[in-house]
Design a protein. Structure first.
Length: 113
């Protein structure tokens, strides 16, 4: 399995991504997406609360999320929740944000390789 880490930009905000060549999919950091959509100063906490709420509602979005190692701010590789593009489209619907539509357009434009 070949995985390539990449940083993509949305409105000058870094979005950590990983390309998995075996399944030919991009995996994107959920924490980074939450930060972009909400402007939260603590996107990890926001994601934790949202994940709990979604699980209580019986939504599968969070149960399908994986964890992969991505570069953290300290330069180390750390496990973080990631989702593929399809999962992110469903997740974005759960986050009230005026940036949801522009982010969905940006997400649609991510090239397959």
């Amino acid at each position: 399995m070949t995985k390539e880490n990449a940083i993509k930009l949305f409105e000058n905000k870094k979005i950590r991504t990983v390309w998995d060549s075996d399944v030919e999919k991009w995996y994107i950091s959920i924490i980074d997406v939450i930060e972009v959509l909400t402007g939260s100063i603590n996107p990890r906490k926001y994601w934790s609360v949202l994940k709990t709420r979604l699980l209580k509602e019986g939504r599968q979005t969070t149960t399908n999320c994986s964890q992969l190692k991505l570069p953290a701010e300290d330069g180390r590789m750390r496990m973080t929740d990631v989702a593929d593009v399809e999962q992110l489209f469903r997740l974005i619907q759960s986050v009230p944000s005026s940036k949801a539509e522009p982010f969905e357009l940006w997400l649609s434009a991510i090239p397959p390789t």
